[in-house]
Write a protein that binds this ligand. Structure first.
Ligand SMILES: Nc1nc2c(c(=O)[nH]1)N[C@H]1C(S)=C(S)[C@@H](COP(=O)(O)O)O[C@H]1N2
Ligand SMILES: [Mo]
Length: 459
């Protein structure tokens, strides 16, 4: 795979390597024009004010700007002229300087864009929430923008005896019911799936980018089943069905529904779901692999046994070293990854860096994340940024001073059940090397002496 701009490999983290166009910002030009003129007092305060300290060495290295008299303070246009009018004609967009921050398809992974994946640019994100326009996408039969006034959700039973009455809800009816808003991660079971046997992709976007986290809003499924008078003693499973052509159906054990955790969501990060995420309705199954989060949700059937649907009996199962398959895997085990510095980025110089990453567990809260810079010989405990929420991404940070020598950066998460994220040797012992799904091994990034960061695996 090439490491050119389009592959995302060269997409930098901010303090790691500035995008080319960063130097074109007027304020920065001004600052180094002043630097050439030797007005150091001004420079210091300008850097402090702009918080641009990290850009200073770069800027100074660029030499004269060549416009006008460098001894005269030239105010940038944005400090003198009239700015843009309010955005009355549409939806706000990111700065043009952030145009490189995009979802990306992995070259060669799939041949049909309707049955494909676009990966979230984890290396460019802060905190825990994935901006909705950067949420990863996984479609089996393409996405749809379904008219919400025509969409319906049906609740029925595999046998009439399992509930009092079948029901059909419109979106308006669902939105009148008591709602909940909760932050949860969604991870495709195939995330990191290409790395089972060996290193396969260059960047964290491709190795871990089938992962996103949003605040979802909707109605607990339990509320709907109560309205339909479900007999919970007999109905121990539900089947969730999507309205797209993929016939996406998954069995969900009733315990998850009874706990109140599973909900039908129409909201995502304060607005309606995005079409790519299942507008106008999707199932949220916290902690469970993405495939169970059925999009364009149109039907919930209660039943008394698992359904063995195609996407659970033959897909999304785990190949074991014995050649047998482990069936009905669903929980996403505890996992973490360092997103900065990560594959494809370049460290400009030795010195201070903030190592930052994400940790999550399908079994509850993340309890601790340890970070190593020497391939797992020594570990230090990272700072978890709050709030730490159950079945949600958790951001961790830790200080690091790079001495300029090769470094092997790893993170190892532990969840509140005491489960510790395994390394590749431990994981392969029980799962072999030919699986696709549920790879939660510790990721290693090699920082080379020239500052380039590479994806590597330690044996
Ligand atoms: N109706 C429907 N639901 C679906 C899918 C689909 O193709 N159709 N893909 C599933 C898979 S495999 C995953 S990982 C998640 C991806 O959700 P996202 O596209 O919102 O990231 O949706 C799941 N739900
Ligand atoms: Mo998936």
């Amino acid at each position: 795979m090439s490491t050119d701009d389009k592959s995302g490999a060269a997409t930098p983290g901010r303090l790691i390597k500035a995008p080319e166009n960063f130097l074109d910002r007027d304020g920065i030009r001004q600052v180094f024009a002043e630097a050439k003129a030797g007005r150091r007092g001004f420079i210091r305060s300008a850097f402090a004010a702009a918080g641009a300290a990290a850009a200073a060495p770069l800027a100074l290295a660029q030499g004269p700007v060549g416009e006008g008299d460098p001894n005269i303070l030239q105010l940038p246009e944005h400090s003198k002229g009239l700015g843009q009018p309010v955005v009355t004609d549409g939806y706000g967009k990111p700065s043009k300087y952030e145009a490189n921050v995009q979802r990306r398809q992995s070259p060669g992974l799939t041949q049909t864009a309707q049955a494909s994946v676009s990966f979230a640019p984890l290396q460019s994100l802060f905190g825990i929430v994935t901006p909705s326009g950067l949420h990863f996408e996984r479609h089996h039969q393409g996405w749809w923008d379904i008219d919400p006034s025509k969409h319906r959700l049906m609740i029925n039973g595999s046998e009439p005896a399992l509930l009092k009455k079948s029901m059909v809800f419109t979106m308006d009816e669902l939105m009148r019911l008591p709602s909940v808003s909760r932050f949860h991660f969604i991870e495709c079971g195939a995330n990191t799936g290409m790395e089972w046997g060996n290193v396969a992709v260059p960047t964290v976007q491709y190795s871990h980018g089938m992962l996103s986290c949003s605040e979802f809003t909707g109605v607990p499924l339990r509320v709907l089943l109560d309205l339909a008078g479900v007999d919970y003693k007999k109905a121990r499973y539900v089947l969730a069905e999507g309205a797209d052509g993929s016939s996406m159906t998954r069995t969900i054990p009733m315990e998850l529904v009874e706990s109140g955790e599973v909900f039908v969501a129409y909201g995502q990060n304060g607005e309606m779901l995005r079409p790519e995420q299942g507008y106008p309705l999707r199932l949220v199954v916290p902690g469970v692999q993405g495939v169970s989060w059925v999009k364009y949700l149109r039907r919930i059937e209660v039943g008394d046994k698992p359904y063995a649907a195609k996407d659970e009996a033959v897909h999304y199962i785990d190949l074991l070293p014995s050649g047998q398959h482990r069936q009905y895997s669903s929980t996403q085990e505890c996992k973490s990854v360092v997103t900065t510095p990560s594959g494809g980025q370049v460290l400009l110089d030795k010195g201070f860096y903030n190592i930052s990453g994400l940790a999550w567990s399908g079994r509850g809260k993340v309890k601790r994340v340890d970070v190593s810079v020497d391939g797992g010989r020594n570990w230090r405990t990272a700072r978890l940024e709050g709030p730490v929420m159950s079945k949600c991404l958790t951001r961790f940070n830790i200080d690091w001073v790079w001495d300029g020598k090769p470094a092997l950066i790893q993170s190892r998460a532990m969840d509140e059940t005491g489960y510790v994220q395994p390394n590749y040797r431990q994981l392969r012992e029980v799962r072999g090397t030919r699986s696709i799904y549920h790879n939660n091994a510790i990721q290693t990034w090699l920082v080379q002496e020239d500052g380039e960061v590479k994806n590597v695996q330690l044996s």
